[in-house]
Design a protein around this ligand. Sequence first.
Ligand code: NAP
Ligand code: GCO
Length: 264
Amino acid sequence: MSQKLFNLTGKTALVTGGTHGLGMAIATGLAEAGASIVINDIFEDKLVTATEQYKAIGIDVKAYLFDVTKEEQVKDYLDKIGKEIGPIDILVNNAGIIKRIPMLELSVDEFREVVDIDLVGPFIMSKYTVANFMKPRKSGKIINMCSMMSELGRNSVAAYAAAKGGLKMLTRNMATEWAKYNIQINGIGPGYFATAQTAPIRTEGHPFNEFIINRTPAARWGDPDDLKGTAIFLASAASDFVNGQVVYVDGGILATIGKPHNEE
Ligand code: NAP
Ligand code: GCO
């Protein structure tokens, strides 16, 4: 009985920015649970490389070149995906960027670019995926990639924190408006994970690297595969009455005030 609850056979999942990092780990987890996978990215070469990497582990992904912030592109490609593959059952709004610049040096354009990709992108993707597929079929799952910065501030990442804080509330409002169509919209809030995005602050000897290992009760950086279970839960029938929630997968960061360096 329980396994059936997490089985995604017959479902199609679109993972934005699924060419590497957390997006690739989540797409792989959903495929391992039976889903067919569609990914997108803004660089053709990354789509080609990722398609080969997925193939090497037995996953046949369908890859599309479009930008989540471009409304007309999103509408056109969702139509194309609908005709070529069929309806999207699961949407993972994973695509995102970060800029680490103190606010007094951060330009308005840089602020807007981060908010556009990390907050407006999920709105555009979700609006047309719900309108095209999920509302007419009275069924669907949306997972928004939130962050520690959906809850906490940090020096130099203001635009990112504003976007991820907004994404938590957008998740709640999507649930408010779309739950009646049997669509479940929830978020995943990863702690600090080892990906290309965090590579600049995770180098050996970098003060932030030491800080995170000490600040995280699990005393390590997250491995992208640590997100698979939560993603499968939020994409499956197991979460049919879970809506508007953010599940934090952070090794305990949000549970604690932290501890002094020399304390066991
Ligand atoms: P990543 O390695 O930088 O991957 C981000 C993905 O988004 C890449 O595939 C990127 O494509 C794609 N992307 C960026 N802009 C796009 C656009 N306009 N349209 C379509 N795709 C676009 O980052 P990650 O660490 O895997 O993070 C994935 C998500 O989790 C992000 O939303 C991030 O904020 C969030 N997150 C990460 C962590 C962490 O510790 N790593 C923790 C919490 C939350 P290109 O590579 O081609 O640019
Ligand atoms: C940073 C990191 C974080 C992580 C993540 C934490 O510079 O603080 O990049 O933003 O990516 O979002 O949950």
